[in-house]
Structures are given as structure tokens and as C-alpha cells.
Write a protein that binds this ligand. Structure first.
Ligand code: URA
Length: 434
């Protein structure tokens, strides 16, 4: 039997070698059970970041992460005598990407069921759990019994991965603070280990392309999407991906509480066009993948049925539904506004600059386990291509800790412009990968 040790595994990858299946199984298991130190895993993650992984290594690393915990199984659940149409979506991470919040209730209202293991913020991108926890009382720490009950009774549960892929929980937190997020093998294995373990039958991936995505080029994002679709298929999960634009932030808000407010606008039948378009495109993919036809997801936003489902979901998970309106949700105690020094047309807004600014405001973490500010965030008053008058507000930044404003403003600086001509328009949905 081969005996492994962390320094040898690290050196193998550092020097460009290929990790054996046994080495991968050992290091994931040893790290999950605290027999490999954070410092050693950080070094290995950086070596993977720099050297990459073969397709076979990614497949084994993902399978080892799935095997690090339990795998949920909802195949026995029935509604109206029929098996639940289980489907989920996962985004590779973006700026202003609040889509899960309106999307899950839309799917519930259309008759499918969403078992969603959701994540926290990673790097400059926000996380669904951090956003939903801005609703007073909302908890994602729910039991398996409650998840099953909610899936049957309501059609969704949004939960912290908990005992699912615990290796990912530890590695995710470490990547967030060690500059190792932007790695194809690490993103693919992180996303797919949770999704394979969570017990969904079908999965739609929202693979971001552009400055605010972890992988900036379209070619890299395509490769990531292909890798994840293949990983899902190998594990018996019907998996599809949309490549979507992330050059500019989605919608007009970025942060925690502010993104919940904007999601409520979408659920009330309004909200920014790009958020509505992406919510509906992903909903159609999910319903198709789940085999649900004859329903129009847009109707659920118009008739209030998706909003009703959202309220029921929030209430089931302890959230105070009486707080679900803009004035009640947390907003930073201090604000700073950036105004236009000239009139013209809003140019491109760099999603990365906005994401980093919001992270600096306190919406994300710089140390593992740090508490985020529910009220930290930004409003984008003018989207690319919209007319701008001299002196009017372009961005409002919010934080509970005003000493954060200079660093946040410095990140935003240079990330936008006002010009004479509108910027080149890009399609929001770039490609579909099956
Ligand atoms: N979402 C995840 O779950 N993991 C990543 O690495 C990126 C996005």
C-alpha cells in the first residue's frame, strides 16, 4: 500500500506532474479529516492554480469531494402520486448575480422542485446564502428532514451544503482567502461535487463570461462549461449550461440586502430587464431539463404566484416575511455617492471593479468565517448605454463602516466612463452547451 504525505503531493503538482487517483483520494480525505493542514492545502491549491489538472485528475478530484460526505437522494419523494421533477441551477459566480432568488420561486410556481445547496460569497462575487441571510431570521442551516418536507410541500429548499461535499466547504473557504479561486479545475470540482451530492436529477449551469467572471475569456468559460456538463453526465445528472455575459454587473444592485430588494422587484413583475431576461432563460432551461412543459415562467412573475412561493419559502426557513420590502431590509448606515462630472452616455461598467468595490465595503470576506455586512452594497443608477446628465448620481455605495469607502472608491475608479457614444452592446445569453 502506498503511504502518502502532503509535501510529496504538493511537490508533484508544483513541478507539473499528474496526481495519481490514490494520491487525490488520500489528500481529499486527509484534508477533510484535518490530517492535512490548511497551509499545506493552500500550497497544493496554488500549485493546481498554476499547473492545472488533466481531465482525469479533475474527474477523480470531483469524485473524491463527493465521497467526502453524504449524498442526498430524493427519488422516493412524490407529489400528487408522481415523482418530483427535481432540478437545480448553479452559477459559476458573478457580480450582482441575484438570479437564484427570483428563479427558485418561479420554478416552484411552475410545478418543479429545487433542492439547492447554495454557497457563500467567493472572492469578488456574492453568494446566495449571504444575500438571503440579509432577511431577518432566514436560515440555510436546515435538517435533511426539513429539506425533504419543503421539497414535497413547497417545491424548494435552499440550504448550506453542510455534510454534503465537506471537502468543498473547507477548500472553498480556503480558496476565498488564498487567491486561488480563478482556476478551472477548482471551480468545476467545487460546483459539481455539491450538485452531484445534493440529490437533484437535472442541473442547469450559468457559466459566466467576462471581466466579472472567474475565468474572463469566452474560450475558458466554454471549456469550464464543457468540463462541468461532462462531469454531471458521468455521475448520472442531466446537465446543461448557458454561457452568459458578465462584463457588466447584472441589474442595478450589487451586495447583500440590496440584491434581495431588487429580486423582490422582479418577483413583483418589474425589475431590471437583464435580471428578468436571465431569470426566464434559466427557468425555461430548467423546466425543459426537468420535463415540465406547457407552463410559461413569465406568467408566474406577472400573476404573483412566484412572489407567493418566495414568501412561503422564506417563512419555512425562519425568515420574517413582514420585512420583505425595501425599507425594512438592511442597508448600510453610511453612504457615499459618485456623481457624473459631465453629461453623455454611460459607457461599459467593469463588473470586476464593482465586485471588488462591494467586497471592500464589507459584503465579502478577507478571512475564513468572517461575518459579512448585510447592508454593504452598491446601487448602479445608470446602466451602460443610458443617458447621463452632468452632476447626477451614478453609483451609491453603502457600508456600516465608513472607513471602508476610500478603498472601495479606489476599486471603482477607472471601472466606468461617461462618453459621447453608447458602448458596444453584447448579447446576455452567449451560447448553450449540452
Ligand atoms: N461556485 C462554486 O460553488 N464554486 C466555485 O468555485 C465557483 C462558483
Amino acid at each position: 500500500m502506498t503511504v502518502f504525505d502532503a509535501p510529496t503531493v504538493i511537490r508533484t503538482k508544483r513541478d507539473g506532474g499528474v496526481l495519481s487517483d490514490d494520491a487525490i483520494d488520500w489528500v481529499i480525505d486527509a484534508y477533510t479529516h484535518d490530517r492535512v493542514a490548511d497551509a499545506q492545502m493552500s500550497a497544493l491549491l496554488m500549485a493546481i492554480f498554476l499547473r492545472g489538472m488533466t481531465t482525469a485528475e479533475i474527474a477523480r478530484w470531483t469524485a473524491a469531494m463527493v465521497d467526502s460526505g453524504e449524498r442526498l437522494d430524493f427519488r422516493d419523494l412524490r407529489r400528487g402520486g408522481k415523482p418530483l421533477a427535481l432540478v437545480d441551477k448553479h452559477s459559476t459566480g458573478g457580480v450582482g448575480d441575484k438570479i437564484t432568488i427570483p428563479l427558485v420561486p418561479v420554478i416552484m410556481a411552475c410545478g418543479a422542485a429545487v433542492p439547492q445547496a447554495a454557497g457563500r460569497g467567493l472572492g469578488h462575487t456574492g453568494g446566495t446564502l449571504d444575500k438571503l441571510e440579509a432577511i431577518p431570521g432566514f436560515t440555510a442551516e436546515i435538517s435533511k428532514v426539513q429539506i425533504r418536507q419543503q421539497l414535497c410541500d413547497l417545491g424548494a429548499a435552499i440550504f448550506a451544503a453542510g455534510e454534503l461535499a465537506p471537502a468543498d466547504r473547507k477548500i472553498y473557504a480556503l480558496r476565498d482567502v488564498t487567491g486561488t479561486t480563478e482556476s478551472l479545475p477548482l471551480i468545476a470540482s467545487s460546483v459539481m461535487s455539491k450538485k452531484i451530492a445534493e440529490g437533484t436529477r437535472a442541473l442547469v449551469l450559468d457559466c459566466k463570461v467576462g471581466s466579472g467572471a472567474f475565468l474572463a475569456t469566452e474560450a475558458e468559460s466554454r471549456e469550464l462549461a464543457r468540463t462541468m456538463v461532462d462531469l454531471g453526465t458521468e455521475h448520472g445528472l442531466l446537465t446543461r449550461a448557458l454561457l452568459t455575459d458578465m462584463e457588466a454587473p447584472l441589474g442595478r444592485t450589487v451586495g447583500n440586502g440590496v440584491e434581495v430588494v431588487e429580486s423582490l422587484e422582479v418577483l413583483a413583475g418589474g425589475g431590471p430587464d437583464d435580471v428578468v431576461e436571465l431569470t426566464l432563460a434559466l427557468a425555461r432551461e430548467m423546466l425543459d431539463a426537468a420535463g415540465v412543459d406547457g407552463v410559461d415562467p413569465a406568467q408566474t412573475l406577472r400573476d404573483g404566484s412566484a412572489m407567493d412561493r418566495f414568501r412561503a419559502l422564506v417563512a419555512a426557513q425562519g425568515g420574517d416575511v413582514s420585512m420583505l420590502f425595501a425599507e425594512a431590509l438592511p442597508i448600510g448606515a453610511h453612504s457615499e455617492t459618485v456623481t457624473a462630472t459631465r453629461g453623455g452616455t454611460m459607457g461599459d461598467i467593469d463588473a470586476m471593479a464593482v465586485g471588488l468595490a462591494v467586497w471592500r465595503l464589507g459584503a465579502g470576506r478577507s478571512e475564513p468565517g468572517q461575518r459579512v455586512q448585510a447592508g454593504a452594497g452598491m446601487r448602479v443608477h445608470r446602466k451602460p448605454g443610458e443617458p447621463v446628465a452632468a452632476g447626477e448620481p451614478l453609483f451609491t455605495l453603502y457600508s456600516d463602516t465608513p472607513e471602508r469607502f476610500p478603498a472601495a472608491l479606489a476599486e471603482l475608479d477607472g471601472g466606468w466612463s461617461v462618453g459621447d457614444a453608447p458602448p458596444v452592446t453584447r448579447p446576455l445569453i452567449i451560447a448553450r452547451i449540452t
